[in-house]
Design a protein around this ligand. Structure first.
Ligand code: E4P
Length: 226
């Protein structure tokens, strides 16, 4: 079971690593835009930080970086992925779950460039990436649940298929918006959750914990302790 932070903001990454011991990062074009920095600059900054923490290498700290979403041709996707992968030993290349994207991921995996097939919204979309040895597949949760869909069966089905055929691809539940969704994903058998810093912070809080602390503090203050 692993926690990834979904962000490209270096201060958030450092805080999440120091506080929660996150196991990796997922970025996307939105996160890069929100960082306010140029694409190449921000992905290098994240990679340099990982290296400075002794986390160089995919086995230590995978950082998912998405290719230019304009690309729709398999060969162009591959060329872009090669350029990004050459920058850092920590980079996993995010490729969209489209016919040309899955074909690109298949070829990239054959040449040793690891991929994260993203923008997955159905269990069926998770089959080919696994059959073609993608390192990760990213079924989105928050977007579907905002649309009124319950995601537990969707994740359970992907987990069951992967177990049936002994696929090694790891399932990253993405766009996780709440602690409940986080729990649903892990109970359903997902290997990894990726979420924003606020979701991790919310996950370790409960109003009754604060209420209980108030009650116990009051008791402590009214007890003879020496
Ligand atoms: C996952 O890898 C994506 O980066 C992410 O979860 C996308 O969703 P969001 O940007 O809507 O949170």
């Amino acid at each position: 079971m692993k926690y990834f932070l979904d962000s490209a903001i270096i201060e958030e990454i450092k805080e999440a690593y120091n506080t929660f011991g996150i196991d990796g990062i997922t970025t996307n074009p939105n996160h890069i835009k929100n960082s306010g920095k140029p694409f190449l600059k921000v992905i290098k900054e994240i990679s340099d930080w990982a290296k400075s923490e002794g986390l160089e290498g995919l086995d230590k700290f995978p950082i998912s970086v998405e290719i230019n979403p304009h690309l729709n041709d398999t060969n162009e996707m591959i060329a872009e992925a090669r350029k990004i992968a050459a920058i850092s030993k920590n980079f996993v290349i995010k490729i969209p779950s489209t016919p040309s994207g899955v074909a690109a991921a298949r070829k990239l995996e054959k040449e040793g460039i690891r991929t994260n097939v993203t923008l997955v919204f159905s269990a069926a979309q998770a089959i080919l990436p696994a059959k073609n040895n993608a390192l990760f597949v990213s079924p989105f949760i928050g977007w579907k649940e905002s649309n009124g869909e319950d995601c537990k069966e969707y994740i359970r089905n992907i987990v069951q298929m992967y177990n049936n055929f002994n696929f090694k691809t790891e399932i990253i539940c993405a766009a996780v918006r709440t602690p409940k969704q986080m729990v649903d994903c892990f109970v359903s058998g997902a290997h990894i959750v990726t979420a924003g810093l606020a979701v991790y912070k919310d996950s370790i809080e409960h109003p009754f914990t604060n209420k209980g602390l108030g009650i116990f503090t009051n008791a402590w203050d009214n007890t003879i302790t020496e």
